[in-house]
Design a protein. Structure first.
Length: 720
């Protein structure tokens, strides 16, 4: 059996961190990036006064799914097959790689384009495809940087976070020509120029690729719908242009119902990119005649997930929606960097997920649960309330105790990690002392009286502990002696601290016991739906105004006009862009373009992506517009056309009828949409922040998005 790929030469977190923490440039890059992202996230989350309720709902949905994962996976398979897709089951990395390689070979192709995917990194798909004579091209900007630099990802959201712009420029100049179109002459380290170089380099691959490979953020069991959330447009390119699409997805990405997406499409963007909604979200169900790939394969990946489900404490790691919020608040990650974790999953979530997927039998996996200060910041920001500190302590117990574990269905004898014999001896000594109050009292008094003689570092095996920590100072008086001397009640926590502890289940009180029972008990925890369903606090005019503000905030150009003014406005917008050709959906009202001096190109199924690349602009309607997120949703209706026409041309004009197409929030939008239709959610032009977090618009999708709000009063432009 082919083992999961591991970072080459990795000897465990302590040794790797000892090296990375001395890299001052790496630490500066990490500090800047993590502080910037977490500050933006805090502002984005603060906009929703029901964040706590959404978080509780997300955790409950995930827990319910995990309890009945076998049922939901069978339902998912039936739904995907009914919609024209094909489903394959992979028990481990080796089987998943064989399946994907076989599916690619059956197409006759030897090149594939890929969407950023943690699952394919986990199984080492690129390397397996290379062994099979198939070349995989990463199309996410950060993944492209990592691939060209023969590097390894160091962050879930921004994998090239450890690289600065000068390093990226040098990698592009040196390596791009070996993979395709070379970098432009005189390429500078400007993020805009680097992003443009990536766009030019990958454009030819997108326009000619016959096979695309992706993961998915979510899979809806009841409808067979897959969801990919991204920013650059490379995802849309890979999901819609090739003839064959292969999606490799971990089985834990399943959610039961279409309604459940209203929770996760609010939690994920704000926790990951710190945006109200990512620029692009694509949903598809099987195959759609004339729109997108003709063949769709779904590879459901286990690779240790079923074994993780058996652990009633550790299974909560499978709630993870890969937002990376825990990385950005972790003091260990900020100083050590992602490579120190030796896994595609770095940071706190990697410290609990990797040992469970792989088993805790190796030195790296045994060291990962200790890569934490247990400060709890990761739990506080997790959008699905994974108690990472609890799982870390649980895994430490497994490492120390040793014993047999299950790994991919096989029994493995776990030997305690080197150095833990002294820890077990110390724990046994402590247990004896607590069982003998007299000895404990005498030891505490002796320690207090000799405190000035205590060393600053522990001798022997304890040196490894005190090398990175200050020894706690021994008080002049023990608690027992203080109690006897004063006869007073000890100071307790403040009411505020007590409430916080009770909310987190701290201690052995009823709140903590109740929380543990809810997680580990035999019943299904209810899914709380007390987050906002319908706001009802905004007037229609206020909702439209909020839509305009949020569209502009994400760099869309917003215009308003009365219905009679629409043709003349569209004509001026196209003329201002110098558009000579415009592609239009088959059901678009021809009067909209009656004042435009352009050549109209109909949306025909026979047209290729290269044909569309020669078109200047596209004009469409929309299905729904979401005010809170500044999002336009297209469902392939007659006035919207196929997904590719709003992706390939460089200029998109989208018309929104404010009287009946604008809603307040995501929970109001989903009931208006059918999961059976291919949906494109657009929040501004395509964008990336992968180069030192500088935002650049127009990566692979249209550089310019113009939104016309019809029926919103007299015409005027909006800031973009």
């Amino acid at each position: 059996m082919r083992d999961e790929p591991k970072f080459p030469g990795h000897a465990g977190v302590p040794r790797a961190a000892a090296v990375s923490t001395r890299d001052t440039r790496l630490r500066a890059n990490l500090a800047h990036a993590t502080h910037t992202i977490r500050d933006k996230r805090a502002r984005a989350v603060a906009e929703l006064d029901d964040w706590a309720q959404l978080r509780a709902a997300g955790a409950a949905i995930k827990d319910r799914t995990l309890r009945h994962l076998d049922h939901y996976l069978e339902q998912l398979e039936e739904s995907v097959v009914a919609a024209g897709g094909r489903v394959h089951w992979a028990a481990d990395a080796d089987e998943a790689n064989r399946i994907v390689a076989r599916l690619v070979r059956e197409t006759g192709e030897r090149e594939v384009v890929k969407v950023k995917s943690m699952a394919t990194q986990e199984i080492g798909l690129n390397e397996a495809l290379a062994d099979a004579g198939i070349r995989a091209y990463e199309t996410d900007l950060a993944e492209l940087i990592v691939q060209l630099g023969d590097d390894l990802p160091s962050h879930i959201l921004v994998p090239a976070i450890h690289r600065n712009r000068a390093e990226i420029r040098d990698v592009f100049r040196r390596e791009m020509g070996k993979w395709g179109r070379p970098a432009p002459e005189g390429l500078s380290d400007s993020p805009a120029e680097l992003a443009e170089a990536a766009r030019l380099h990958l454009r030819e691959k997108f326009l000619t690729a016959k096979v695309g490979i992706s993961g998915a953020n979510f899979m809806v069991a009841e409808s067979g719908t897959l969801v990919v959330v991204e920013s650059e447009g490379n995802g849309r390119m890979c999901l819609t242009l090739p003839e064959t699409l292969i999606s490799v997805v971990g089985i834990e990405k399943t959610v039961p119902t279409w309604q459940d997406l209203e929770v996760f499409l609010q939690l994920l963007p704000r926790s990951s990119t710190a945006e109200r909604m990512n620029p692009y979200t694509t949903t598809w169900t099987g195959t759609t005649d004339g729109d997108g790939p003709r063949t769709f394969h779904l590879v459901l990946l286990d690779n240790g997930r079923t074994d993780t489900l058996a652990d009633t404490v550790g299974r909560q790691a499978l709630r993870c929606i890969r937002c990376s919020a825990c990385l950005n608040v972790c003091p260990v990650y900020e100083r050590a960097g992602g490579h120190a974790y030796g896994s595609p999953y770095p940071g706190p979530i990697g410290a609990i997920l990797t040992p469970q997927l792989r088993g805790v039998a190796g030195p790296l996996e045994q060291s990962l649960p200790y890569a934490s200060s247990l400060c709890g910041a990761c739990y506080e920001v997790c959008p699905v309330a994974i108690d990472i500190p609890e799982v870390l302590v649980h895994l430490r117990e497994r490492v120390v105790e040793g014993g047999p574990v299950t790994r991919h269905g096989a029994r493995v004898v776990l030997k305690p990690a080197k150095g833990h014999a002294a820890e077990r001896a110390a724990m046994r000594a402590a247990a004896w002392a607590f069982d003998h109050p007299g000895a404990l009292r005498g030891g505490m008094r002796l320690a207090a009286r000799t405190r000035r003689l205590h060393p600053r570092r522990l001798p022997g095996p304890g040196r490894a502990w005190s090398d990175t920590r200050a020894l706690p100072a021994v008080p002049a008086e023990s608690f027992r002696d203080w109690w006897q001397r004063t006869g007073a009640a000890p100071p307790g926590p403040s009411e505020e601290v007590a409430r916080e502890q009770q909310g987190r289940g701290v201690g052995a009180g009823a709140a903590g016991a109740g929380r543990r029972t809810a997680r580990r008990g035999p019943y299904d925890p209810p899914v709380p739906r007390d987050y906002r369903q319908v706001h009802g606090t905004r007037t229609p005019e206020e909702t439209v105004e909020l839509l305009a503000v949020n569209l502009a905030d994400y760099r869309a150009l917003v215009h308003r006009c009365a219905p009679a003014e629409l043709p003349s406005l569209i004509g001026r917008l196209l003329a201002a862009r110098g558009a000579r050709t415009v592609v239009v959906p088959p059901g678009l009202d021809p009067r909209w373009l009656s004042a435009a001096d352009v050549s109209v190109v109909p949306d025909r199924a026979a047209d290729t992506a290269r044909d569309l690349d020669a078109v200047d602009s596209v004009v469409t309607g929309c299905a729904v517009a979401v005010a809170e997120t500044g999002t336009l949703i297209l469902d392939g209706g007659p006035d919207q056309g196929r997904r590719r026409i709003t992706l390939v041309p460089d200029h998109h004009v989208c018309v929104v009828r404010v009287a009946d197409q604008v809603v307040d929030s995501v929970p109001q939008a989903l009931p208006r949409l059918s999961p059976r239709r291919p949906l494109t959610w657009i929040s501004g032009p395509s964008a990336t922040s992968d180069i030192e977090l500088d935002r650049v618009e127009g990566v692979h999708g249209p550089r310019t998005l113009e939104v016309v709000l019809v029926g919103a009063g007299a015409e005027h432009g909006g800031a973009g």
